[in-house]
Design a protein around this ligand. Sequence first.
Ligand code: SAM
Length: 321
Amino acid sequence: MRRGEGDNDSAQATSGGKQKLREPNGAPDQSKPEWDSRPAAAALPSPGLHLVATPIGNLGDISLRALAVLRGADHIFCEDTRVTRKLLVHHGIKARLELYHDHNAEVARPTILAALRRSERVALVSDAGTPLISDPGYKLVRAALAEHLPVTAAPGPSAVLTALILSGLPPNPFLFAGFLPRQQGGRRKVLAGWAPLEATLIFYEAPPRLAATLADMVEILGPRPAAVARELTKLHEEVRRGALPELAEHYRAEGPPRGEIVVVVGPPEPGPALAENEIDDRLREAVAEMGVRDAAAKLAAETGLPRQALYRRALAIRAGD
Ligand code: SAM
């Protein structure tokens, strides 16, 4: 069986949707979740920093516990008060909103840490999805942990996992790479670094850069299966699946799509065996175009051959061997 083909690789599947929390002999069954059934809506959140996931499109995608935390928090820090206000109003929550974003984080962080030291309840949300995932919050979490201040999460939507599970590509292992560099040189360098990894790769991308990014992926990652997930959970949700060259051609011809985008790329497929002279020819061509390192990564991705060996061969070819 190929990686990721089982319906549940890492744990036994549960049956019939009902969770048995204990085995017949009374011992806790480690393979099943131990639900914490305290009523979320009634309880005040505990003192500490709560990382609260919010919808990535559909306003209904928020957990009961996330709403309870937002209702009971002493402070809600967000990236943009207009965006978070809309969510709170939709769920009937009145609260004063404070800002924590890339441009004020250095100033706001000490204020939040001081509130946590006073055992206040602080919620952190981003505009959409899970805080810290290509969004602010990592430095705050690190600073709170360094002082042994309590940090917890009300988990929920994130575009990474939503795109991954809809892509039809192997769900594990996967690597979430966030946004690629905007400049082509940097982007290709990063892609070449990930190319040999035997994992599904996930990237966030902005619509105006999608066609150029897909074209670079074709060159560096080869004709792998991929998916472009757009407007997830929204009215115009779309997942376009195909080989990277097909997707690159589609978005080159169509122009930038509307909305928000995640690109998911399958792991390298082991290619057919190549004769040595064929490998040399392809390496020579690639070295002339993109240099030794990227050429080795590209061919490794396309053929499944070890990158180090290809790198050494590419060096020899460049030296005129
Ligand atoms: N923290 C968010 C999360 O957990 O997914 C991500 C924030 S990041 C600043 C914004 C990027 O996430 C977008 O540019 C897009 O790549 C991706 N994204 C967010 N919502 C999306 C959606 N509904 N459909 C597709 N991609 C989405």
